[in-house]
Every structure is written in structure tokens, then in C-alpha cells.
Design a protein around this ligand. Structure first.
Ligand code: PHE
Length: 498
């Protein structure tokens, strides 16, 4: 086949032919007369038909085409003739012939024996002898005729079919005539006015392509917001609208004291085990703990006070000094409350934080060893569980979760404590969305907060609501080293809910 011609040449050739001859009865022979693949002519026909420059009619025919095996025989001869041609006058061993002919050997032997073109000497079945001088290669002739599109007798076709040398194929080609918009040569429409057009004056005669106002713009190759950041910002705005101020959360490394002891979490509590918490090797301990407050924490653990019996065990400073990666942002809330208790006069506060926490967890579809926690707290005189429920309903309804249920729970640092559930309309079930409670007097009074001041607080992960809002079911697609960039790029700006 000739070198590839541009489609515009094929188009010019086709229009010139139609202009001179009024019709093209068979696009397939037209393609071979141009020396181009029928596919190219077909592309041009479809394009011209769309502009009504030509009119086409399908011609569908079932034809017999050669299989790959048959194409080989058409080019190199049938197996039986190849075999006979390979036998010298003195004969040849089967092994030698097989080596020369490869795959063709077995088929050639069978067909040649049937035609009685070969034979064997008595007693030597290995030496193949040639019985004929000249062999006409009828098979090759038939295959070549078929390849050229000639008509072949049905009997021959049946024979070829049996030998699996032909298969039936449906082919479509076209007959063409001039359409209502026929032109002998199509003008190429200009898409832009160029400097050259202006200089040469061509612009006066050019025809311009219409603008396609319906075309979509290119996707813009800019940065995309991480869903976690989007949801974080939305939640941050909710806190700000509700009059909360942000706590400083820039300490990933905490001492056990602020993460556990100050929260009245006993030293033998299972969460303080290395199976649950990442402890630091260096520096393994802290030297900076407020001594007088530490003494009060020790007292309340060992023997209670403020109406509590305490835990009644031997509290160890060593254990409190151990450094760890904070397991919850409640460590930050604790530091803030302590700071607040050191002020001369108490003033009510609303605080929030959103930042990273770490837990020694087995990673799976819903758990990572580091994630983000959202925490809110209010401290004031005389707060009740009713206040907590009211604030939670306000907060979560702003997040699009207005059906809430509460379940009694246990935290060492809150009493009462409640798990928070929300009804998910999409999932059609109640899902746990957070944890909450009123900080215990054993936590607040040793800090020095005035009697009668209560703290209501709640915490939840940032990942959970983000996954719900974006319909993501594997946390590893959202956060961590295996984040799915396509998911980040294609996630909608407007979400259900918030
Ligand atoms: N610290 C709790 C957690 O990690 C959340 C919480 C915060 C619970 C405040 C009660 C009060 O799940």
C-alpha cells in the first residue's frame, strides 16, 4: 500500500471523482484505486455526509476471508506442496523434514499421503520418498483467487471451511452520490485571524468557523482543596459563628501527665499501654511539670478529695513524666483549663480545636494511626447535661445532622458521658459521630477552678464526617501516603449536608 495520505487528500480525491462521475458505486474499490485503507475513505465519507455534501448508502455483504494460517499458505504454498518440494530424489528422514518445515510438516504429510504424492520403502517407515515430479498447488491458487475477491465454487469453499482456512466476515462499504450541499472542493474554514491574514489581505475572503459556545472549557490545572481541609474550614466557621475561640494545638508531643493524669485517668488504665499509645524514646521523659498542681493530681488519684474517694493506688511521678504523641486533643483542653484556673478572676469561655492525634492502631478501612480530632468545650457556672445536649444539637445541626441520639458512655474524665449518634439519611442508619460529657470535679478542682464551675465538652474525628459527606468508604483514600489524587481532584465543591 502506498505511503499514508492525509485525509484532506483523500477528501479532495473523492470530491473530484464525484464531480466528474456523479457517483462512486463502491467505496472499497475506490479506496484501492486511491491506494488508501478503506477506513480512511470511510472517515471522509462520514464527515462529508454530516455536512450533506455527499449522500451515502450502505452496502453490506458477507464475504469469506482467509485465516492467518491460510494467508501463510497463499504466500508460501500449501503444506503438501511445501513438503514434497523439500524431499530430495533419494528421500529424506521424517526428522529432517520436520526440522525444515516446522508446523507445516504434520499437515503436509497427511495431505500429501492422501494425494499419494509420497511413499515409503518396505521395512523403513522413517525414510519419506517422493512419488511425483511436479505438483500443481491447487490450494494456493484457490486461496489467492479468494484473496483477490474472485468468485469461488461452493464445493471449494466447503473444503476450505473444513480445513479452517476461511471464515465468514461481514463487511460494510458504501455507494456515494452528490448531496444537496455538494462542492467540488471544500473550503477550509479559518478559526482565527492571524497576522499573516491581515498583512496579505486574505482575511477579506476567508470564511470563518462558527464559535461553539456549548463547548466545555479545559479542566484547569491548578491545586485542589483536600476534602479534610474543606470540612475543617466549614467546622471552624461553625465554631466561630457560635462564639468559640481556638486553642493552640501545636504540641504533638505531650507528657503522660497532661494527656492522662491531669484528666484523672489512672496510671494502670489500658489506654496508657504501649499497645495503644506511641511513647517517645528520646526524650523519653519531661522535666517540666508544675509541682504544686502535680501534687494535687497525685492526691486526687491516690486518696480523692472534693467528695471523691480517688482510686486508692500508689501514684508514680515517673509514669506521669513519660513523653508520648498525644492520643487526644483533650490534653490541649486540659492545659487551657489549667491556665484559665490560674487567672485572678474566672471568666466563662468557649474553646475549640481541630488538630492531629496519634494512636497505636492496626490500620484498616476506617482506622489510621494518626487522624484529626475536633473538640469543643464550654466552661461556666452551673452548666448542666441539658446545656451539653442543647449545644450539641446546635453544633451538629449546623453540620447538617439534625437527628441526634445520645447513649450513656464512660470516660475516666467525664461524668456523665454520652456517645453521640446521628441518623444518616443516605446510609439509612444511626452512625456514631462523637463522644461527649461533663468534666469530673476530680479533674477541675485540683486545677483551681472555682467550685460550681462546670465544663461541658465533646470530641469527634474530622475524618468521619468528611468520609460521610464525600461518600468515601476507605480512610486511606482520603489521608496518608496512599491518598487518591483523582478523588481529591474530582471531589465536588458542593456536598450533601454542609
Ligand atoms: N477525648 C475523647 C476521645 O478521644 C473525646 C471527648 C472529648 C470526650 C471531650 C468527652 C469530652 O474520644
Amino acid at each position: 500500500m502506498a505511503a499514508k495520505q492525509p485525509l484532506s487528500d483523500v477528501e479532495d480525491g473523492l470530491l473530484a471523482h464525484l464531480n466528474a462521475n456523479a457517483e462512486i458505486p463502491d467505496s472499497r474499490s475506490f479506496a484501492s484505486s486511491l491506494g488508501v485503507p478503506h477506513k480512511d475513505v470511510e472517515d471522509v465519507i462520514k464527515r462529508l455526509t454530516a455536512f450533506r455534501i455527499v449522500e451515502m448508502q450502505d452496502i453490506t455483504k458477507e464475504t469469506w476471508v482467509l485465516t492467518d494460517e491460510a494467508k501463510g499458505y497463499a504466500a508460501r504454498g500449501s503444506p503438501e506442496v511445501q513438503l514434497v518440494a523439500a524431499i530430495p530424489p533419494e528421500g529424506a528422514s521424517k526428522g529432517a523434514l520436520k526440522e525444515r518445515l516446522g508446523d507445516v510438516f504434520d499437515i503436509g504429510m497427511k495431505a500429501a499421503a492422501k494425494n499419494k504424492w509420497i511413499g515409503f520403502e518396505k521395512g523403513n517407515k522413517d525414510l519419506v520418498l517422493r512419488k511425483v515430479e511436479d505438483t500443481r498447488d491447487e490450494l494456493q491458487e484457490q486461496l489467492r483467487r479468494l484473496e483477490n475477491g474472485e468468485v469461488i465454487a461452493d464445493k471449494v469453499i466447503d473444503d476450505l471451511k473444513r480445513r479452517k482456512l476461511v471464515t465468514k466476515e461481514k463487511s460494510i462499504w458504501y455507494s456515494l452520490k452528490k448531496g444537496p450541499e455538494f462542492v467540488a472542493k471544500r473550503k477550509t474554514l479559518a478559526t482565527d485571524v492571524t497576522r499573516e491574514h491581515l498583512k496579505s489581505g486574505d482575511w477579506k475572503d476567508l470564511e470563518f468557523k462558527d464559535y461553539n459556545y456549548g463547548a466545555q472549557g479545559q479542566p484547569i490545572a491548578i491545586g485542589y482543596s483536600q476534602p479534610l481541609l474543606e470540612v475543617r474550614e466549614a467546622i471552624q466557621n461553625i465554631f466561630l459563628e457560635m462564639g468559640f475561640s481556638e486553642m493552640p494545638t501545636n504540641m504533638y508531643v505531650e507528657s503522660s501527665f497532661w494527656n492522662f493524669d491531669a484528666l484523672f485517668q489512672p496510671q494502670q488504665h489500658p489506654a496508657r499501654d504501649s499497645h495503644d499509645t506511641f511513647f517517645l524514646k528520646a526524650p523519653a521523659t519531661t522535666t517540666q511539670l508544675p509541682d504544686d498542681y502535680l501534687e494535687k493530681v497525685k492526691q486526687v488519684h491516690q486518696s480523692g478529695g472534693h467528695g471523691s474517694k480517688g482510686y486508692g493506688y500508689d501514684w508514680k511521678r515517673d509514669e506521669a513524666e513519660k513523653n508520648l504523641l498525644r492520643t487526644h486533643t483533650t490534653a490541649v483542653s486540659t492545659r487551657m483549663l489549667y491556665k484559665l484556673a490560674q487567672e485572678k478572676t474566672f471568666a466563662p469561655k468557649r474553646y475549640y480545636s481541630i488538630d492531629r492525634v496519634f494512636r497505636n492502631e492496626a490500620v484498616d478501612r476506617t482506622h489510621l494511626a494518626e487522624f484529626h480530632q475536633i473538640e469543643g468545650l464550654i466552661c461556666d457556672y452551673g452548666l448542666t447535661l441539658g446545656d451539653l445536649i442543647g449545644v450539641l444539637e446546635d453544633f451538629f445541626s449546623r453540620l447538617g445532622m439534625s437527628k441526634l441520639r445520645f447513649k450513656p458512655a464512660y470516660n475516666p474524665y467525664t461524668e456523665p458521658s454520652m456517645e453521640i449518634f446521628s441518623y444518616h439519611d443516605g446510609l439509612k442508619k444511626w452512625v456514631e459521630i462523637g463522644n461527649s460529657g461533663m468534666f469530673r470535679p476530680e479533674m477541675l478542682l485540683p486545677m483551681g477552678l472555682p467550685e460550681g464551675v462546670n465544663v461541658i465538652a465533646w470530641g469527634l474525628s474530622l475524618e468521619r464526617p468528611t468520609m460521610i459527606l464525600y461518600g468515601i468508604d476507605n480512610i486511606r483514600d482520603l489521608f496518608g501516603p496512599k491518598v487518591d489524587f483523582n478523588l481529591i481532584k474530582s471531589s465536588p465543591i458542593c456536598r450533601l449536608g454542609l
